[in-house]
Design a protein around this ligand. Structure first.
Ligand code: TXA
Ligand code: MG
Length: 342
């Protein structure tokens, strides 16, 4: 009996540590990275779980913490073009045009992996994804650390990405390996969904994961850009279909289906919609902005809040059908609902 109690008490301390962004947090994070540890930090897209790109054992810790399959490659974060060129091969004029226009920012380029970078940094692939984040905390971390930082989104594998430090705290609470994880709080993320991943090793370049930087935005700079089809995204392993998924069974619905579900009274529903609607108790409504940028900023927080309602079903009203600016959001919504809509 005594032993059970002491294990319980121990578990209470098993939470990550949150520090406000500032010199103290950056100094501690830099020491942790140099010592081969992992830190959670804000970027403008989502929070990342970072480790030294050139330290194989440190990279392994990221996979363990996330429960991420070892063949799912990581993005290496760099300060600038020079930093990217040191760890990749095949950087060309198109890469320079893209980086000059959009770095720092939510654009990831897939290039060849330089032999100095461990296999594990890209899940064993010969390629490496690189991006220069814009968030000031991510930038000072990179500058003070002085080298590339590999970082996936700081959620448990397959779950919803974190856009606030509290989301990271929630995901890693009571996880023994995360008991000393440092989480730097830099406020809510400005973009809210992950970067656009653009494969520069193929011609024409191909978008493996849509983001706020759409093909329409990138094409005037470098010519034709292809969009990998939703169903054939295996070129980017982390984009397996069910992803960004809340715990609550989730359905993407049109107006007609939504009304049907709400009227059936068989299930308690949480509704996520950007339309002007009201729902009667016991159903719950989460209202979203009507523009794609605003919707993106709030999406992951809304999915996480929806889960907290412990409803029977989460109904997400489909949105913005033909507009390219909604593609990245539709991609995330389809994945949140994948294998339940099919
Ligand atoms: O906005 C973002 O990109 C965030 C922040 C933290 O920077 N990071 C992020 O990382 O979303 P992660 O690991 O959750 O997603 C990385 C995506 C995955 O879909 C992965 O398959 C793809 O990028 N990726 C990474 N390296 C790749 C490579 N060498 N070839 C193809 N796809 C790659
Ligand atoms: Mg992720």
């Amino acid at each position: 009996m005594k032993m059970v109690i002491s294990i319980r008490e121990h578990c209470i301390d098993m939470n990550p540590r949150q520090l406000p962004a500032g010199e103290m947090a950056i100094n501690e994070a830099v020491s942790t990275l140099h010592a081969g540890g992992v830190v959670a930090f804000p970027t403008e897209t989502v929070y990342g779980l970072g480790a030294d790109t050139l330290n194989d054992e440190a990279l392994e810790k990221i996979y363990q913490l996330k429960g991420r399959p070892s063949n799912n490659p990581l993005i290496a974060h760099v300060c600038d073009i020079d930093g990217a060129r040191k760890i990749t091969t095949g950087w060309d004029d198109r890469c320079s045009l893209l980086a000059e226009a959009w770095w720092p920012g939510p654009l990831t380029l897939v290039l060849g992996r330089d032999p100095s970078v461990p296999d594990r940094a890209s899940g064993g692939r010969p390629t490496l994804a690189v991006r220069s984040p814009e968030h000031p905390v991510a930038r000072s971390l990179l500058t003070e650390f002085g080298g590339p930082i590999s970082a996936p989104s700081a959620n448990r594998s397959g779950g919803v990405s974190p856009t606030r430090s509290q989301h990271v705290m929630d995901d890693f609470q009571n996880q023994p390996e995360a008991h000393d994880l440092l989480v730097i709080d830099g406020g809510p993320c400005r973009v809210g969904i992950e970067s656009t991943v653009l494969d520069m090793t193929v011609d024409p370049p191909r978008i493996l994961r849509p983001g706020v930087l759409t093909a329409e935005i990138l094409m005037p700079l470098i010519g034709q850009v292809e969009l990998a089809a939703m169903q054939t995204v295996s070129a980017s392993p982390g984009t397996m279909e069910r992803h960004y998924a809340p715990q609550t069974p989730c359905l993407l619905v049109d107006e007609f289906q939504l009304t049907g579900h709400l009227q059936s009274h068989e299930q308690r529903c949480v509704v996520i919609t950007s339309r002007d609607r009201a729902v009667d108790p016991p159903h719950v409504l989460i209202s979203m902005p009507t523009d794609p940028s605003g919707y993106a900023v709030e999406l992951y927080d809304a999915l996480r809040r929806a889960d907290m309602e412990r409803a029977d079903v989460l109904l997400i009203e489909s949105t913005g059908e033909e507009d390219p600016n909604w593609i990245a959001i539709q991609d995330r919504l389809m994945r949140a609902a994948a294998d339940r809509n099919s």
